[in-house]
Design a protein around this ligand. Structure first.
Ligand code: B12
Ligand code: SF4
Length: 494
């Protein structure tokens, strides 16, 4: 990931640590930097924010610094999803993090080994430091970002919807102060008149009028542009007109499935081709107001079987030429979502090394209605269809010329489109030719095939030697094991 996709929380934590009287330096590590060069030589505490795909990298970095006497802290999606595994490699593992949690760590600060201390606030914070306070950390990150400069902002946390596969399905919706949104945007416009704001809200616009009012007051017709993830249900034509006027340039609605989750897209009980028609009409309407739309789908859900879901997605693309399709392979991220408990109970979660859990390089859930070869054949076929030259050309013509059309084409021919097709084909071939791969995918062995070990080794480069023993493996059923089983009444009585 480039620095323009940097997270908001490390910046917030940097501010809180400074407010607590510490000297802080923040590095947005994109994999290109030498950590020895970019971090100061004397460090007491190292906070690392990591997604699960960066877990092994974070474990190696933590080990490297622990060997020098540094106390290490992990936070972010990986810590929320796999706290018990992370505790083996960090002194502190943080869940929901607010200023008090950070203060507690700084007050206690000492090594906790062999198992780190797990601390979490009861709920998401009510306030995060604004752009003005974060600016000294935002600026150097922006300097590293290529062409598109984006500043992360958040207007709300959690989500009122309850999609069972999502990390926010059980997290209360928590709107943050609208006044801060306005103040942040005014400040940003004074520093960088032509900048993108990436809304990192799980679902932007739940309290649409309040937040758009705050955005409009903050930008006042200026040239700040916005990117947001939002559910289709919130994107009515009236709302889209307002977003266009406020300079929203890219929206990423989640469609997820043709057979379930109708509440997110306001398609109710409609499914199959009826849902395709309704959503295509909706997305085409969106494209009249917003130049860039990425529609997100989850492949391999239990409600899918046979060729129909894949064919329906192709029909959707035919009918909606300007949309960019974002495909995610169903992934159970540890204890993120209630659905994961069911999947672990059914013995369907596979111990792929975390490094591959980015929704594409591995699907760690055995599909209910597909054998692996059939599933990969269908994913390859859909990806080839989506990123064929014909589709790329239609997409370019179906979007506004300039930024949107160029972006669609670059993403299709890069590691995202062409690159993934190549990778899926490699996996598909190995399913036929490498018995260790097939047995691992079928859950017959938990020995990680050398194909995956070699890739982690290559990707970690010199940091591989710091990866602690056993850190490639994890318990895929850790969440189930720590969740108390509710016994039937008769059994309790006995
Ligand atoms: C915005 C977002 C993005 C943005 C911005 C990413 C970024 N750099 O932060 C973009 C679009 C770029 C993105 C990309 C991806 N994303 Co994303 N994204 C989200 C989303 C919608 C919101 C995350 C967010 O910022 N929330 C606001 C913050 C304030 O809240 P929070 O994340 O809950 O964080 C709390 C704590 O975890 C903690 N905390 C967070 N960070 C840190 C850091 C430190 C140091 C500490 C101490 C604490 C701490 O404090 C917060 C307050 O309590 C979540 C879904 C969700 N609803 O959470 C998915 C989510 C985080 N993404 C996910 C994934 C898989 C991806 C991609 C791999 C997708 C892909 N195939 O490309 C990439 C990977 C990006 C990367 N850097 O590696 C998964 C992560 C699962 C996991 N365990 O790794 C999630 C959970 C969605 C899901 N599938 O359920 N994503
Ligand atoms: S609408 Fe989006 S953020 Fe909300 S629970 Fe569903 S998938 Fe998660």
């Amino acid at each position: 990931m480039h620095a323009n996709l940097a997270s908001i929380m490390p910046q917030a934590i940097a501010v809180w640590c400074e407010e607590a009287g510490h000297e802080v330096s923040l590095v947005c590590y994109t994999g290109l930097e030498d950590l020895h060069d970019v971090l100061p030589p004397q460090i007491d505490v190292l906070f690392i924010g990591a997604f699960t795909q960066a877990a092994q990298l974070s474990y190696a970095v933590s080990n490297m610094f622990r060997q020098r006497g540094v106390v290490t802290v992990l936070g972010g999606p990986h810590a929320r999803c796999y706290p018990d595994d992370a505790r083996k490699y960090f002194d502190y593992v943080l869940g929901f993090t607010d200023k008090k949690v950070i203060q507690d760590v700084l007050d206690d600060v000492r090594p906790h080994r062999p198992l780190g201390k797990h601390i979490s606030a009861k709920q998401q914070p009510a306030h995060l430091p604004g752009v003005r306070e974060r600016w000294k950390f935002i600026e150097p990150t922006l300097a590293k970002a290529p062409t598109l400069k984006a500043v992360p902002m958040v207007a709300s946390l959690g989500c009122p919807y309850t999609c069972s596969f999502c990390i926010d399905s059980e997290v209360d919706y928590r709107p943050l102060a609208t006044e801060q949104v306005t103040e942040d945007l005014r400040f940003l416009a004074s520093k960088m008149p032509r900048v993108f704001v990436g809304w990192h809200d799980p679902n932007f616009g739940v309290r649409f009028n309040d937040y758009m009012g705050a955005v409009e007051a903050g930008t006042n017709g200026g040239s700040t542009s916005f990117i947001a993830e939002s559910s289709l249900a919130l994107l009515s034509e009236a709302n889209l007109k307002r977003m266009r006027d406020a300079n929203f340039k890219a929206l990423l609605p989640g469609i997820e499935s043709w057979f379930e989750l109708g509440n997110k897209s306001k398609t109710g009980s409609k499914h199959g081709m009826n849902k395709v028609d309704k959503i295509s009409e909706h997305v085409n309407m969106m494209l009249r107001y917003v130049p860039y739309v990425q529609a997100n789908f989850v492949l391999g859900l239990d409600s899918d079987h046979g060729q129909e879901p894949f064919e329906l997605t192709k029909r959707f693309l035919d009918k909606t030429p300007g949309v960019f399709p974002g495909y995610s392979l169903l992934t159970a991220f540890g204890e993120a979502a209630p659905l994961n408990l069911e999947l672990q109970r059914a013995g369907r979660v596979l111990p792929f090394p975390f490094h591959f859990l980015n929704n594409n390089h591995a699907m760690n859930v055995r599909p209910l209605n597909y054998e692996w070869p059939e599933f990969y054949d269908r994913v390859i076929d859909l990806s080839q269809y989506s990123f064929s030259w014909k589709m790329i050309a239609r997409r370019a013509l179906g979007t506004q010329p300039g930024f949107a059309a160029a972006m669609n084409t670059v993403r299709a021919v890069s590691s995202e489109g062409f690159g993934r097709i190549k990778y899926y084909k490699t996996i598909r071939g190995l399913l036929d030719t490498d018995r260790s791969i097939r047995r691992f995918f079928d859950g017959e062995t938990s020995v990680i095939p050398s194909f995956f070990v070699d890739r982690v080794k290559k990707d970690l480069g010199p940091l591989w030697e710091y990866l602690p023993e056993g850190a490639l493996e994890h318990d895929p059923n850790a969440y189930l094991k720590k969740t108390p089983t509710v016994l039937p009444v008769e059994a309790v009585a006995v």
